[in-house]
Design a protein around this ligand. Structure first.
Ligand SMILES: Nc1nc2c(ncn2[C@@H]2O[C@H](COP(=O)(O)OP(=O)(O)OP(=O)(O)O)[C@@H](O)[C@H]2O)c(=O)[nH]1
Ligand SMILES: [Mg+2]
Length: 234
């Protein structure tokens, strides 16, 4: 395995990466993110590319509920991204990556339904990035970039085209999502904290929600709810 496969590579977008064995005490926040979209658009491969810098040529359709993590720094904070590779995990998610396949028109046509699903089941302030994956398959393109940009602008989504196969834009897309989540969470901290004169508001709650990432999903999910739900009504 070479340095790149080990995750030690230094690309422009990887500059914030930290080793996965970063001590738990150093983690400031855990952000729950979901990757959703039609089957076979490349959700699992995008996740493997981001968390392990790997692409599996013999990948199978995902069954069951899985998540992977990667720890990064954003604006000096240590953030563990806990990324769920499935629909149905939207509750408590701060961000969503909504993936279609640029070679499958139908997967793009279904994106509107996925947005509805998110708006129905996720937090109001969830940050969504629309991803046109398999951008390496240029000759098979069935969805123009312009159509996707128009849809994303219309719906207030971020947008990027990626290739899990060659890695193009995968890191940058996740970083855009995580940075935007950071800015939403910071804003909530400020707004909620500012309304509580004794400093015991959601800012304190957010700050205090250091999560025991090793002690099981139930705790993480309930803690994430704390993170994403502001006690002052956001
Ligand atoms: N050329 C190319 N193929 C890709 C890319 N990403 C994924 N694939 C292929 O597309 C197929 C589906 O990828 P998955 O990651 O398993 O898709 P998924 O969205 O997780 O599918 P489900 O688990 O069934 O929901 C696999 O054969 C991948 O190798 C990409 O960026 N480029
Ligand atoms: Mg999958």
């Amino acid at each position: 395995m070479n340095a790149e496969m080990n995750g030690d590579f230094q690309t422009e977008n990887n500059r914030h990466a930290l080793p996965e064995n970063v001590p738990e005490s150093r983690i400031d926040y855990v952000y729950k993110v979901v990757v959703i979209g039609d089957s076979a658009v490349g959700k699992t491969q995008i996740l493997s590319r981001f968390t392990k810098n790997e692409f599996y040529f013999d990948s199978k359709s995902t069954i069951g509920v899985e998540f992977q993590t990667r720890t990064v720094t954003i604006k000096g904070k240590v953030i563990k991204a806990q990324i769920w590779d499935t629909a149905g995990q939207e509750r408590g998610a701060l961000g969503a990556m909504l993936v279609y396949d640029i070679t499958k028109r139908q997967s793009f046509d279904h994106v509107a339904r996925w947005v509805e699903e998110l708006r129905a089941h996720a937090d109001n302030s969830i940050v969504i990035i629309l991803i046109g994956n398999k951008a390496d398959l240029v000759d098979l393109r069935a969805v123009s970039t312009e159509d996707a940009v128009e849809f994303a602008e219309d719906q207030g989504l971020f947008f990027s085209e990626t290739s899990a196969l060659n890695g193009d834009n995968v890191d940058s897309a996740f970083f855009r999502l995580l940075e935007q989540i950071y800015s939403v969470v910071s804003k909530k901290e400020l707004e909620c904290g500012g309304r509580k004169s004794n400093g015991g508001g959601a800012a304190a709650a957010l700050k205090g929600s250091k999560i025991d990432v090793l002690s099981g999903n139930d705790l993480e999910i309930s803690e994430m709810k704390k993170l994403s739900t502001c006690s002052c009504g956001f």
